[in-house]
Write a new protein. Structure first.
Length: 386
């Protein structure tokens, strides 16, 4: 997509709520509108940084890491004092075991922080990156370390601590961080670096997919979608089949997480797992909700995790090299335009985003949701063909 129509540009301009003197000319591309929104979002995030360098009330490194990644990946990024202060705070949270966390949630915080450290492209962060990689790799559930965790969770990674399961959300974030930092580990000539058991990880990921050809777990359908972990979905309802049996309902955000996991593990487009999830995502394509979570009785449940879904969609479709998405009826949609419009229309006057419809999964926090939105827009901006 190189340009968009004058009508569409005008629509995007109105969505941005720009002042009269800031109104761009109608011929400007959607990339410029995205860039403006990214800058406004990052400006909001900058205003929310505490004097010590962190973001958020609970001091979770993940929030700071997301804000930093949104800043350094911005098309107009320039290194500044607040960025340095934020990274210094992140580095101070690294524990002797290599994890970057405060009060638990080791995988989520460390994986997100590792991604931010890699995005900074600072040579001095290499020791911290290698320590964080080792910590995440050692969290992978194995036969030897699983303890009370069921066998079906082997190969995956969970939150850790009191959570007795692996899950797709944490696993895909860890896989992403480890894949993005792999070149740094491979360039380390001083010692042999550990590596994730990628085969075991994909076996776990496959156990979260509703695909009978590659998944023998109970209660699965055969539609190609993904659930939270083997035997459990975060959707409120199950699918009721024609024979009266019930199967787990997959949903959009986890299905994109599943697609990303398969891509990070180097599975190509011919793999049946990749084909099946892409087929499900095409059939359930929407930017109005997180598909699979809404019910007939309560369609509003589809707003749960909407911005997590947006970010996962942007990353997933870009990583799969999908320019136009072919729907079930054979028509093609410009997903970048649709998702870009959705995000631009939801940005607030102060540059932030928030999920006003459903607060599940912390989406009442404007820092988290704004970081998600900026990162989704950056992904869109970078993937639009010239």
């Amino acid at each position: 997509m190189k340009t968009i129509s004058i009508a569409l540009v005008s629509s995007l301009i109105s969505n941005l709520s720009l002042s009269a003197q800031d109104q761009p000319k109608p011929h400007l591309s959607i990339k410029l509108e995205m860039k403006r929104a990214i800058e406004r979002g990052n400006s909001y995030l900058k205003s929310q940084q505490h004097t010590d360098g962190y973001w958020g009330k609970e001091k979770y490194p993940a929030l700071s890491a997301l804000a930093l990644t949104a800043a350094v990946r911005s098309p107009s990024f320039k290194k500044s004092e607040y960025i340095t202060k934020g990274y210094n705070w992140i580095l101070k949270q690294q524990k002797p075991d290599g994890g970057i966390y405060v009060e638990g949630l080791g995988t989520y915080n460390t994986a997100t922080s590792l991604t931010a450290l890699v995005a900074a492209n600072e040579a001095s962060y290499k020791p911290n990156i290698l320590k964080a990689r080792k910590y995440l790799i050692e969290l992978q559930t194995t036969e030897e370390n699983r303890g009370e965790i069921e066998k079906k969770h082997i190969g995956g990674i969970g939150y850790g601590g009191t959570y007795k399961h692996s899950d797709l959300s944490n696993t895909h974030l860890a896989m992403e961080a480890l894949r993005l930092s792999r070149h740094i580990a491979q360039d380390d000539a001083e010692e042999q670096q550990p590596e994730l058991n990628w085969d075991a990880a994909i076996e776990f990921v496959s156990r979260t997919q509703n695909l009978k050809a590659t998944n023998q777990e109970a209660e699965i359908s055969d539609d190609g979608s993904f659930v939270y972990y083997p035997g459990a979905s975060k959707a409120m309802e199950k699918n009721v089949n024609s024979d009266g049996t019930e199967t787990l309902r997959g949903y959009g955000s986890m299905s994109y997480a599943g697609l990303l996991s398969l891509i990070y593990a180097d599975l190509d487009a011919t793999d049946p797992r990749v084909k099946a999830v892409k087929d499900w995502l095409s059939k359930h394509y929407t930017v109005k909700e997180n598909p699979g979570l809404g019910t007939k009785e309560d369609p509003a449940l589809g707003q749960q995790g909407l911005y997590y879904y947006y970010q996962a969609m942007a990353k997933g479709l870009a990583a799969a090299n999908i320019d136009k998405l072919t729907l079930a009826n054979g028509s093609q949609v410009d997903w970048r335009k649709d998702l870009g419009n959705a995000l631009l229309s939801k940005q607030r006057e102060d540059g932030s985003w928030i999920n006003t419809e459903n607060s599940r999964w912390w989406e009442s926090d404007p820092i988290l949701v704004t970081a998600y939105s900026v990162l989704a827009l950056v992904q869109l901006y970078d993937s639009i063909p010239e």
